[in-house]
Design a binder for this molecule. Sequence first.
Ligand SMILES: [Zn+2]
Length: 236
Amino acid sequence: MKEHINNLVKLQKIETESNGIKLVLSNVTQRLDSLSSRFGEFEQTTKDKEVKLDELKKSYRLYKSDIEMNISRLKKSQERLGTIKTNKEYHSLLKEIEDIKAINSQIEDKQFECLEQMEDIERVLSDRNNEYKELSEQVNKEKQTIAHETEKNDKRLAELDTEWKRFSGKIEPELLNIYLAVRDKAGGIAVAPVINSVCYVCNMNIPPQMYNDLQRCKSLKFCPSCQRIIYWKNTN
Ligand SMILES: [Zn+2]
């Protein structure tokens, strides 16, 4: 019986490792997706800033052409001053010149503000350029790690599959069927060690008589609480 139990324990061990690997493998797509979305978010924010910069550049060019237009108007008005005949006309032209100057000064303020914003964004974009390089290095590294891990896990899973087949072949079909039925009913774990009278999986006490029988290991025993196949594990 002891040998049978040992085989079941071994089978359980293979399955536990196998299930752990399957869980990791099932998360691979999610991990890769989350890396891609980090990239996506970064690219979107950069794009938004580039759009804003383009808008500012357009405004800057408009301010510039408005200022140039006003300067040429100013020049013409100043030239006209020399040809004015009446005092009234002279004052009205002076007023016009002052107005153009005031407007131009306002536009220049806006142009300056625009330039400052452009420089800010350009600085941020240049920083982001470096961040992007770092991020892509980091993401590529993580992708490589995941690929490497996956390859290793696939290989190990295949090994465990072979081992499972080899071991299950050693177990009497009747016992294997019991094992499989218990495993499917008990959420994947069919065999539980009993340490100091306690089932290690469900944490319930095993009755003293059963615990004695268990140590003698003469027949297959089941935990009265979780119904798993139990075996005595000597910790001394
Ligand atoms: Zn139990």
